[in-house]
Design a binder for this molecule. Sequence first.
Ligand SMILES: C[S@@+](CC[C@H](N)C(=O)[O-])C[C@H]1O[C@@H](n2cnc3c(N)ncnc32)[C@H](O)[C@@H]1O
Length: 296
Amino acid sequence: MAELSDRMEQGELAIVRRAYAKQVLATAAVDDARVEAAFAAVPREHFLGPGPWLMPRWSRPYVPTPSDDPVYLYQDALVGIVPERSLNNGQPSLHAILIAAAAPQPSEHVVHIGAGVGYYTAILAHMVGESGRATAIECDPGLADRLAANFAGQPNVRALSGDGAQIEFDAADVIYVNAGATRPADIWLDRLNDGGRLILPLTSDKGFGDNPENIPIQRRGAVFRIERRGNEFLAKWISAVAIFPCEGARDAECERALAAAFEKGGWERVTRLYRRGDLPDEQCWLSASDWALAYG
Ligand SMILES: C[S@@+](CC[C@H](N)C(=O)[O-])C[C@H]1O[C@@H](n2cnc3c(N)ncnc32)[C@H](O)[C@@H]1O
């Protein structure tokens, strides 16, 4: 890292990071000491590269931080990673909610799909500890190179370049998807260990980019926690979301089914995911030809 003489010293930055972790968890309304400790431990600047950094703001699409002082990264804010494609390092408070729901435990295997440059992979890896491991998958080749470089020499993190809806990975206790799908990819359900948790953002075609119709966010995207119990999958709505699309896990039929489901409302009552499409309509929030999100 560059000279810190006219910037915060590492010790001061550690204090800033602890305050940031507390604020992020408070904003998220999450009370989870392990998630807070992980946010306090992982240096965001290590993953985002040298500053100044570009942050999307209300007034203008992206505004550079006043300098390259890493203190500016310890806000509950998005940071551009490929700003020209509107690709950002995600909102810390949203990830605090999603990571708390995923609840990675020591020794577990976490698979992170749409890992970007790896900041949230590092938080997940911190939570599973040295006895656990993380597999980070990113489909954008430039980002995948940065991801691999950021974890060089870290034995419990494996970075893969490819489509996280297709690429082979070992069975996992947590599959943490960070891009908007219209359906769960088969491999995400197949490779979930018994008791494993899948964090699944589902977005309609209104979920990203311009929003000329001013559609409320909760009608454009929803994140579900799917937990495997034997051959059954429990499902629970966790959060609204607007997120970059997941290439490889979208299709037109499911997009239509999702749009109809958002229109209807009732996502908070979903309790199960089924891998079949023959359930009665009244049992389903979302019904597609070969899967469904249902109320019981
Ligand atoms: C919203 S960005 C989040 C990046 C990262 N999680 C972060 O917060 O810094 C979504 C990422 O998912 C990646 N992505 C989209 N579809 C993917 C797929 N099928 N497999 C792997 N990565 C994918 C995109 O290239 C992008 O980097």
